[in-house]
Design a protein around this ligand. Structure first.
Ligand code: HEM
Length: 491
């Protein structure tokens, strides 16, 4: 009996070893960390550890622009190739990794949809709302949100010559972005700033959940299990008192008002979605997507910009001088308009450098092709996941120069028209590209164009934790904490 067990174990071992060897051989010609050729654990571990952004950059530095990071995953660090892979007419589509981001499994939302035709049809219904044209008062809603934030800082968090008041800016800015996006999305702010608290632990819960989602997305059988009947019992529901639950409940309630006999039509994003043909279930999912995709991303971009401005005296002085001069010369209104902000070259440089240095979304975002392909001159068999390295692409020295690792807004101010376009095309990748690219980019751009000048015209900011001004965790989505600052009112 014992020998039968031993034989069985040996056979099983041989089978596992053979299948690993076969999987390894398929992409044996692609260089990369040795262990990554045999197991997904390397990639999963880096995602869990929160160092994925840097680690993928390091892999591309060491092994070249195309490297292997798992048995069936390669990573591309060449921004021109990434653009080509993500282009509208590319042979590559979203890989099944995206299925890990279903909010209401087995139903898909824009973030998780892999079927290109269904996705295109859905996008057509969403695009007018996201583009902003259908939303009455979009700019005013953003102005009101920023004004409420300014008031919050003035009421509670100003330091004086007699006393330092420390404030965790990383949290507060997310209260602002959550209130702004909910106002734009459903016509009513959640009230994070009024409560001045993460009052149903939404931020804490998403910070805890996102790393897990990014990790699970790499394990297809686990995604299937979690999204099956048993796993669904662990998913958030609108009955939950904390986390995503209250947001789901709000989305369900607000969406219900827009359907049925006495349906209400409002000039907000949801109203636009419904007018363009979203059904009730789709509207519920897409409302959640707006909040999930549109609050921490913008908050992260703002934190990154402010952290780099605060910790570099030259950058700080020049940005503030550009804003002050614009005000003195009547080129900046109160509040600043998006059009005015776009004409401030140094501000634009600061914003673009922020996206480049620490992009808010740094996940692998793999694409897959049903046919063999060539990427970076290397043969890639059909069915291989082709990820990108945001670190390698956005710090490419051929595009950004020898100091690509550093935050230098001047590179945008001094660039020739051609250089500017080249760099811009590269930084655009932070929002994805082509038919899968970010729909909320116009909204995020207006928000940042307004937020940075409105804050710097009124206040001075200083990072208090000089050893480590902010804590960054790159779990595929950049999670930032502990940006502890001192804020003083400018004379
Ligand atoms: C700084 C801000 C932002 C960044 C860096 C960002 C980045 C991204 C990225 C990388 C993707 C995935 C693209 C892909 O799969 O290839 C995405 C998708 C998406 N984002 Fe954003 N985003 C930002 C802000 C927003 C905002 C404010 C909203 C909502 C108002 C939003 C809504 C969406 C939606 C709906 C999608 C799915 C698009 C689709 O699949 O068709 N994003 N975003």
């Amino acid at each position: 009996m014992r020998s039968a067990w031993i034989t069985l174990a040996c056979l099983l071992g041989a089978y596992v070893a053979f299948s690993r060897f076969r999987a390894w051989r398929r992409l044996a010609h692609v260089p990369g960390p040795k262990i990554a050729g045999f197991t997904d654990l390397w990639l999963i571990y880096k995602t869990w550890r929160g160092s994925l952004f840097e680690d993928l950059g390091e892999v591309c530095k060491r092994h070249g622009p195309l490297a292997r990071i798992a048995p069936n995953h390669v990573v591309c660090g060449d921004p021109r190739e990434v653009r080509r892979l993500w282009a509208v007419r590319s042979q590559f589509d979203r890989a099944s990794w995206y299925k890990g981001f279903r909010l209401d499994p087995p139903n898909d939302c824009t973030l998780s949809m892999c079927d290109a035709d269904i996705h295109t049809a859905l996008r057509a219904k969403l695009a007018p709302g996201y583009g902003g044209k259908d939303i009455v008062g979009l700019h005013e809603h953003i102005d009101e949100g920023i004004a409420r934030f300014v008031q919050l800082l003035e009421d509670k968090y100003l330091s004086t010559p007699d006393q330092v008041v420390s404030v965790d800016f990383s949290r507060k800015v997310q209260y602002m972005t959550l209130d702004i996006i909910s106002k734009i999305a459903f016509g009513g702010a959640f009230g994070f700033m009024d409560n001045d608290a993460d009052f149903f632990r939404y931020i804490k819960t998403t910070e805890d959940t996102i790393p897990m989602m990014q990790m699970f997305a790499l394990i297809p059988w686990l995604v299937d299990m979690l999204q099956g009947p048993l796993g669904k019992t662990m998913m958030p529901t609108e009955r939950d008192a904390f986390g995503l639950g209250p947001i789901m409940a709000t989305a369900k309630r607000v969406v219900a008002e827009r359907f049925g006999e006495k349906k209400v039509d409002k000039p907000d994003m949801l109203g636009s979605f419904v007018r363009h043909g979203l059904d009730q279930r789709e509207a519920e999912s897409e409302s959640l997507v707006q909040i999930i995709a549109g609050s921490d991303t913008t908050a992260t971009a703002l934190r990154t910009i402010m952290t780099h401005v605060m910790t570099n005296l030259d950058v700080y002085r020049r940005l503030q001088a550009e804003i002050d001069q614009g005000i003195a010369e009547g080129r900046i209104s109160t509040p600043i308009t998006d059009a005015e902000a776009r004409k401030l070259p140094y501000l634009q440089g600061c914003i673009k450098e922020g996206f480049r240095i620490w992009p808010p979304i740094t996940g692998v975002m793999p694409r897959i092709s049903g046919e063999d392909a060539t990427v970076c001159g290397v043969h890639i068999p059909a069915g291989t996941n082709v990820a990108w390295s945001a670190h390698a692409a956005l710090r490419d020295r051929e595009v950004f120069g020898a100091d690509a690792d550093f935050y230098r807004p001047d590179r945008w101010v001094r660039a020739t028209e051609e250089q500017y376009r080249l760099m811009d095309n590269c930084v655009d990748l932070c929002f994805g590209s082509g038919r899968w690219g970010c729909l909320g980019r116009p909204v995020a751009t207006i928000e940042l164009n307004k937020m940075v000048p409105e804050l710097l015209r009124r206040f001075d900011f200083a990072a208090l934790n000089t050893e480590r001004p902010i804590v960054n965790k790159f779990h595929g989505v950049l999670i930032q904490q502990d940006l502890i600052v001192q804020i003083t009112k400018r004379a």
